[in-house]
Design a protein around this ligand. Structure first.
Ligand code: SF4
Length: 94
């Protein structure tokens, strides 16, 4: 029971940054565009968001496969994951 309480608390703290998000109150559909649709509007909301870094790291840590997080598309996040994986293995600049 105690472990579960601690886990819930950690998860709540993990998401506290969301209270300062630029996208609060913005239509969530904007951040999950249809394949091939423009991501420009969503990225414009992310631009200047004070928790952009936290948002991106959350998405990377939780393996979010869809939508715009931290101002980046799925493809852009995949590139970061790949670069970090290569860096961890000591392969730089690949
Ligand atoms: S970076 Fe974008 S998606 Fe993430 S919290 Fe900020 S506005 Fe929302």
């Amino acid at each position: 029971m105690r472990e579960m309480m601690i886990q819930l608390r950690v998860e709540a703290e993990d998401r506290r940054w969301q209270e300062r998000a630029n996208c609060l109150g913005v239509d969530p559909d904007l951040f999950f565009p249809e394949r091939g649709a423009s991501t420009r509007e969503a990225k414009a909301v992310c631009h200047g968001c004070e928790v952009q870094a936290e948002c991106l790291e959350y998405a990377l840590a939780h393996g979010e496969k869809f939508g715009i997080w931290g101002g980046m598309s799925e493809r852009e996040r995949r590139r970061i994951r790949r670069q970090r994986a290569l860096a961890r293995r000591g392969i730089v600049g690949a």
